[in-house]
Design a protein around this ligand. Structure first.
Ligand code: S3P
Length: 170
């Protein structure tokens, strides 16, 4: 069984929904941001000292390593900018991919910017970054789940159903 990849903007719930759905489904769960943190430390600090390009290079390695680790199946949450690299997009295309969509209003309410250097000094940047990346998310999405304006429990159960259905169709 191929792992499922969750893509989408910062704060759309990739980590939380991915972790909870994987638990319910008895699947392995990984998160590229978590792996980054374990290997290189705090993302904000890494951006400050090494810059975004270095972050993206390491993110590409981590994406591949996570997919290798999940070769037997699982759910992978990714950082919002993973779709920026053409190489990553080629990689992601080979897997069932769920775009978790949301909107700016939700983000202002629930986002924590500790590991989001791109928003730290400019919270209004979310909408601009979102619109820039939207075509990339849409292009890669096998399916889309909108997580805005609904309880997390509802999004988790929808994600679980989606993955179960997919799984049973092979
Ligand atoms: C980023 C999103 C973050 C993290 C990094 C860069 C982005 O992950 O990878 O701060 O470029 O959108 P989340 O999508 O989990 O916030």
């Amino acid at each position: 069984m191929k792992p499922f990849i969750l893509i989408g903007p910062m704060g759309s719930g990739k980590s939380t929904l991915g972790r909870r759905s994987a638990k319910q489904l008895g699947l392995k769960f990984m998160d590229t941001d978590k792996e980054f943190l374990a290997k290189f430390g705090n993302i904000n600090n890494f951006f400050s000292s090494h810059g975004e390009a270095a972050f993206r290079e390491n993110e590409t390695q981590i994406l591949r390593a996570c997919l290798d680790s999940l070769a037997g199946g699982g759910i992978l949450a990714t950082g919002g900018g993973i779709v920026l690299s053409q190489q990553n997009r080629e990689t992601i295309r080979a897997f069932p991919t769920i775009f978790l969509d949301t909107d700016a209003e939700q983000i202002v309410r629930r986002i924590n910017n500790d590991r989001r250097p791109l928003l730290k000094d400019d919270p209004g940047a979310w909408q601009r970054i979102y619109l820039e990346r939207l075509p990339l998310y849409q292009e890669l999405a096998t399916t889309t789940l909108n997580t805005a304006h609904r309880p997390i429990t509802k999004s988790v159960s929808d994600l679980v159903k989606l993955i179960e259905k997919w799984d049973s169709n092979g």
